[in-house]
Ligand binder design. Structure first.
Ligand code: PMV
Length: 320
């Protein structure tokens, strides 16, 4: 009746932006991501017949704001006629600021809920359930490089390459750690309804996925760098052209992009990607990670730099 799971966030190299079914939270496009190793969320779910309602603690503080989404996730996994739960979450990085904290939180919740209810579900099923809570959470059920594809009325996951087979490093430049103003679900709907670039974004995604998939299978860093930066900038162009426009970047975000360009000019194997927040994720070969870390840490407006390797899938941990 109690289980603890750990999950790491993932960073999309080919992005998910837009939904094709809001009720089932199905994405309009496929995506490819890398799962991190050193940032993580630990989630304990304790089912308790004596509780009058679900309770959630995040980093030892009660969190009623996030509770409805966690309760809905527990309903999806265990069923709505379940016992109430005490859920304890700890997270070693800033929450809701474009660092994919929802991906690791919902991946860990899904695995812990299935463990607490003693359900034996395979990884595809757990990914589909986590994806209902947060589209990107499905990808944290896998380690290393993973592709999420649309398949009929569901999603289908493919592990492309494990973390040890291509051990890239991710340097995250934090430029602001406050929670974002617009949540990604709401922002995606604004883009779908108003951005003149949205239809083209959806139409061209299979091409970007195919180029990135081939680059990963061939361990071709240059090809992956070019397509990942292109796909990221395209997603942000969709957001910028939405009405109202959604601009998640700040001046330090732009300064980091220029720093990455400079590093590339000096021969560093590095590329950038940015999600629905102002942080810049610089993906690089391990031998260039220290140079990238030093350069981004020295960029004006960068408040913190986090470094992570690539890691494993969400999993149950002992002791429960
Ligand atoms: O899973 P959500 O609803 O937090 O959306 C994630 C959206 C992006 O982070 C911007 C892109 C992605 O694929 O992770």
């Amino acid at each position: 009746m109690r289980a603890t799971a750990i999950a790491q966030p993932n960073i999309a190299l080919i992005k998910y932006w837009g939904k094709r079914n809001i009720t089932r939270n199905l994405p309009a496009v496929g995506s490819i991501s890398i799962t991190l190793r050193d940032l993580f969320t630990t989630m304990t779910v304790q089912l308790d017949p004596d509780l009058a309602g679900d309770v959630l603690y995040v980093n030892d503080e009660r969190d009623d704001g996030m509770l409805p989404r966690i309760s809905a996730c527990l309903d999806e996994v265990i069923g709505s006629r379940r016992m109430h739960a005490r859920v304890n979450s700890t997270c070693n990085f800033p929450i809701a600021a474009g660092l994919a904290s929802s991906a690791s939180a919902f991946a860990a919740t899904t695995v812990a809920a299935a463990g607490a209810a003693d359900l034996k579900l395979d990884t595809q099923r757990l990914a589909a359930l986590a994806g209902r809570a947060s589209g990107s959470a499905a990808r944290s059920l896998y380690g290393g490089f993973v592709e999420l594809a649309n398949n009929g009325d569901d999603i289908e996951m493919t592990a492309l390459c494990d973390a040890d087979s291509w051990p890239l490093t991710v340097v995250v430049a934090v430029t602001q750690s406050a929670p974002k103003a617009v949540g990604s679900s709401e922002a995606m709907e604004i883009s779908r309804k108003t951005s003149p670039f949205y239809a083209n974004w959806v139409e061209r995604q299979p091409e970007d996925l195919s180029i990135a998939r081939n680059a990963i299978l061939a361990r071709d860093f240059k090809q992956l760098a070019t397509i990942a930066e292109h796909n990221c900038l395209k997603m942000h162009s969709v957001m910028w052209a939405s009405r109202p426009p959604m601009m998640f970047w700040n001046a330090a975000t732009m300064a980091c992009l220029q720093k990455v360009r400079k590093l590339q000019g000096e021969g560093c194997s590095v590329f950038f990607t940015i999600d629905a927040g102002p942080q810049v994720k610089a993906v690089c070969l391990p031998e260039d990670a220290e140079a990238v870390r030093v350069a981004l840490a020295a960029t004006p407006g960068v408040t913190e730099v986090l470094v992570s390797g690539l890691g494993a899938a969400a999993r149950l941990v002992d002791p429960q």
